[in-house]
Structures are given as C-alpha cells and as structure tokens.
Design a protein around this ligand. Structure first.
Ligand code: 2BA
Length: 109
C-alpha cells in the first residue's frame, strides 16, 4: 500500500476531489501553507494500492493547473544584492507536488 501526499492549489481542489471520488479513491484534505509564498494551499492524503499510483498521479496532472504569480522576495537572493531584493519575480506554481510513501501498516479499527 502507498500513501500519496499531494500539495495542490486551493482553486484546483473541487475538481480534483470530484475526480478522485468518482474513480473510487479516498482522500483526506488538509489546509496547508507554502513555505515560500506563505499562501494557503491544500495537502491531500490519499491511501491507495501500489498499482493505483499512476492513476492518481494522472488525475492530479489533469485537474491541477500551473499558474504564475509575481512575488516580491523577502529573503536575500544573493549576498551582493544586499539583504533584500526589491524587484518582484515571477514564480510558477503547480500543478501538483506529489510524494509517494510506502505504508508499513494500515488499519481501520
Ligand atoms: P510554496 O513553498 O509557497 O512555493 C510556491 C512556488 O514558489 C513553488 O511552486 C515554486 O515555483 C516557487 N518556489 C518555492 N520555493 C522556492 C525557492 N526557494 N526559490 C524560488 N522559487 C521557489 P511549486 O514548486 O509548484 O510548489 C507549490 C507548493 O508545494 C509549495 O508552496 C509547497 O507548499 C509545496 N512544495 C513544493 N515542493 C515541496 C517540497 N520539496 N517539500 C514540501 N512541500 C513542497
């Protein structure tokens, strides 16, 4: 068994959850915050059988979009630039950041 941890953008969650449930997957939705942008995002925990990994990744791929956002860096990007860089930079967010972990034991009691 595997545990898929998927960090996705909030806007994509309704369609992603619909697709997962429609295909018979179970998921738990957690509110999370990205360490870089400090913006809310969503982390899904999805327990699956090993042979279902590709199906789940494909669902995330097709329902989660890549978006760009301009951010003003608040941390130094290079020592020569001083403590803060003033120019906003564009970052690409998403579609999804996916971790697949082995589950040692799973029980519902
Ligand atoms: P954030 O940490 O808020 O990152 C948002 C986006 O900012 C990232 O999109 C990436 O394009 C950019 N970014 C992040 N760290 C950066 C850095 N040190 N320098 C320059 N740009 C940076 P994604 O890669 O799609 O990540 C979206 C969210 O997924 C992240 O939000 C974070 O919550 C999670 N995530 C991504 N990689 C992770 C990892 N290795 N471990 C844990 N969570 C991760």
């Amino acid at each position: 068994m595997k545990l898929v941890i998927a960090v996705v953008q909030d806007q994509d969650v309704p369609e992603l959850m619909d697709s997962l449930v429609e295909k018979g997957f179970r998921a738990t939705k957690l509110a999370s915050t990205g360490g870089f942008l400090r913006l809310g995002n969503t982390t899904l925990l999805i327990g699956i059988e090993d042979w279902q990994i590709d199906d789940v990744i494909e669902i995330v791929r097709t329902t989660c979009r890549t978006r760009s956002r301009m951010v003003a860096p608040t941390t130094p990007v290079a020592p020569s630039m001083g403590p803060y860089a003033s120019s906003p930079v564009e970052v690409q967010i998403g579609g999804g950041t996916i971790f697949v972990l082995d589950v040692v034991r799973f029980e519902k009691v």
